[in-house]
Design a protein around this ligand. Structure first.
Ligand SMILES: O=C(CO)COP(=O)(O)O
Length: 122
């Protein structure tokens, strides 16, 4: 299972808490993340994560490129809908790429929990 983990600043604590509840699954996955999200997750949980650039510097686009060539099975992208992001076009491009390639993409915690619980059973 190849997963991307991404969280905007207002959602990073939620991502850390979410990951804590699914560590057995995440430990079995090949993980990639945007820069700061990856650093936070590695520090908090000791996960091995390939870190892309930070989102505003192109990290979402790097993950989108991986996804477009079939290298990702799922994306957990905890977006902050209350805060404008300078790289909104990149964010939209990544979510669009998920839809184009029919890759599961959770953009809020409860959807992420559903997906991660399902994948934990597999
Ligand atoms: O901005 C982001 C996603 O759009 C996240 O980037 P960071 O994980 O580097 O904060």
């Amino acid at each position: 299972m190849r997963l991307a983990l991404i969280a905007h600043d207002g959602k990073k604590d939620a991502m850390i808490a979410l990951a804590a509840d699914f560590l057995p699954l995440l430990g079995r996955c090949r993980l990639i993340a945007t820069g700061t999200t990856g650093t936070r997750l590695a520090e908090a949980h000791g996960l091995t994560i390939e870190r892309m650039l930070s989102g505003p510097l192109g990290g979402d686009l790097q993950i989108g490129a991986r996804l477009a060539v079939g290298e990702l099975d799922g994306v957990i992208f905890l977006r902050d809908p209350m805060t404008p992001q300078p790289h909104e076009p990149d964010i939209n491009a990544l979510v669009r790429a998920c839809d184009v390639h029919d890759v599961p993409c959770a953009t809020n915690v409860n959807t992420a929990r559903l997906l991660l619980a399902r994948w934990s059973e597999a």
